[in-house]
Design a protein around this ligand. Structure first.
Ligand code: BG6
Length: 461
């Protein structure tokens, strides 16, 4: 095995919860892409055996495929824990020697660390033969703001070829996010109505029931807008709203998405466009400033300035410590008949995967009253689907090995969404927008309900 997948940040939450379970699944399924040594870089003083013992518990809890002793042992044989301080340039010599002793000549590096360390690591890797022709996967956030992101981009492109830089947005690996284009473009009953003339609003909701947990240090300097909206939710918005790409190449898709992001209408009145919230108790969480004004909830009302969407608001909301963990996209069609309800198409991203359609039918019996039929396609209810559907990180690692770039976000998309989020942030700072406190286990601040009410709309769920 002369290929290595090296994870910087090997003792972090992401590695235990997502990356190791993903690798366990890939190796257990014996996928063609599994032929890698897994090198874990961490500062803590573990032996490989001790590290594997830690991993065992996470696999039991988080891996899609059931835990199996023999499969786990085989998986562990690929792992090497390499203790080093990745901010110390001298240490990379030792790493280089390790790779050459092990005959490793092909590399994928995964930067599961804060963006402030990306350039430091890239610099250190200059000591490693062939590292510069390897691939690198960058975990979000990509930079702390637009300026930092631009600088980082230049630094990384100096070391890795552009086509070898993979910026991860794990929402792009979710089954139903990949399904949006198929549902949209291959069904004339939707494709022909996918515009302002027929669609009254688009609603993208990403609810989380958990709080910030152990990530207070990072989250308190980020907040919902940067943590969820700038990346995951803008990616989804651009897929929902994009024009039919000229062809289904990665570049054509990325360009179509980028055009949407570039067409986001600049906000004039921030109070008609953004509601911020913070869950009660947030300031008492670990590593959170006692007077923190960081938003753990954001609801947005946005417009896309093009012919297709000029009159359709895109409502987006996300928050922590809400009533449930659920992510869905609701397409609310215009009401065309006064006595009948609106047709609604809901694409369910998680935890259930599927499609829900609401339409009008006559109530059974001797009446002409209209009622709503609610049709559910629950894709994830099938055991076969569940067991055969790779998780997001599993797919993305596999896609990187294969060089399938459509699964990753592109620099100009990131740059454009940063620009828009900074535009919002400047407006709300200038306007001293309040951050509303909300009870845990609810829908978030009531002001987000009122925002839609003001414009004659309501959240679908
Ligand atoms: C991450 C955010 O990118 O996505 C987290 O940093 C968030 O704050 C997570 O909890 C949500 O991911 P998922 O896959 O659980 O919806």
């Amino acid at each position: 095995m002369n290929r290595a997948f090296t994870i910087f940040g090997g003792t972090g939450d992401l590695t235990f919860r997502k990356l190791m379970p993903a690798w366990y699944n890939i190796t257990t399924a014996n996928a063609a892409e599994s032929d890698f040594r897994i090198v874990i870089i961490g500062r803590r003083d573990y032996s490989t055996e001790q590290y594997c013992e830690l991993v065992r518990e996470w696999i039991k809890q988080f891996a899609r495929l059931p835990y199996d002793e023999a499969a786990f042992d085989r998986f562990c044989q690929r792992i090497t824990y390499f203790k080093m301080d990745f901010s110390d340039l001298v240490e990379y010599e030792r790493l280089a020697q390790f790779y050459s002793k092990e005959n490793i000549t092909e590399h994928i590096f995964y930067f599961a660390v804060a963006p402030a360390f990306f350039a430091v690591i890239a610099n250190g890797l200059k000591a490693v033969d062939n590292a510069g022709s390897g691939k690198v996967i960058l975990e979000k956030p990509f930079g702390e703001n637009l300026e930092a992101a631009k600088k980082l981009n230049i630094q990384l492109e100096e070391f890795f070829p552009i086509e070898n830089i993979y910026r991860i947005d794990h929402y792009l690996g979710k089954e139903m996010v990949r399904n949006i284009q198929t549902i949209r473009f291959t069904n004339p009953i939707f494709a022909n109505l996918w515009n302002s003339q027929y669609i009254e609003s688009v609603q993208i909701s990403a609810f989380e029931d958990l709080g910030v947990g152990s990530r207070g240090n990072y989250y308190d300097t980020s907040g919902a807008l940067k943590d969820m909206v700038q990346n995951h939710l803008f990616q989804i918005l651009s897929i929902v709203a994009m024009e039919w790409p000229e062809h289904f190449s990665t570049q054509a898709m990325h360009d179509a998405q980028l055009r949407v992001l570039k067409s986001l209408r600049r906000v004039k009145d921030i109070r008609d466009s953004l509601i911020l919230g913070q869950y009660k108790g947030y300031r008492q969480e670990k590593n959170i400033a006692p007077d923190s004004a960081t938003e753990t909830y954001a609801a947005l009302r946005l417009f896309i300035d093009n012919e297709r969407w000029w009159n359709t608001p895109f409502y987006i909301r996300t928050g922590k410590k809400l009533k449930c963990r659920e992510m869905q996209i609701a397409i609310v069609f215009r009401q065309t008949f006064i006595a009948a309800s609106r047709n609604i198409l809901i694409i369910k991203i998680q935890p259930n995967e599927g499609v829900h359609l609401q339409f009008n039918v006559k109530k059974p019996g001797g009446t002409d009253e209209i009622t709503q039929a609610k049709m559910d396609f629950v894709q994830s209810s099938s055991f076969v689907n569940k067991i055969n559907t790779p998780e997001a990180y599993e797919r993305l690692i596999t896609a990187c090995v294969r060089g399938e770039r459509s699964w990753f976000s592109q620099w100009d998309q990131i740059e454009t969404s940063w620009e828009f989020v900074e535009h919002l942030k400047n407006l709300y700072r200038w306007d001293k927008l309040p951050v509303f406190a909300y009870e845990q286990g609810t829908d978030g601040p009531v002001e987000a309900e009122n925002l839609l009410k003001r414009f004659g709309h309501a959240w679908v769920f």
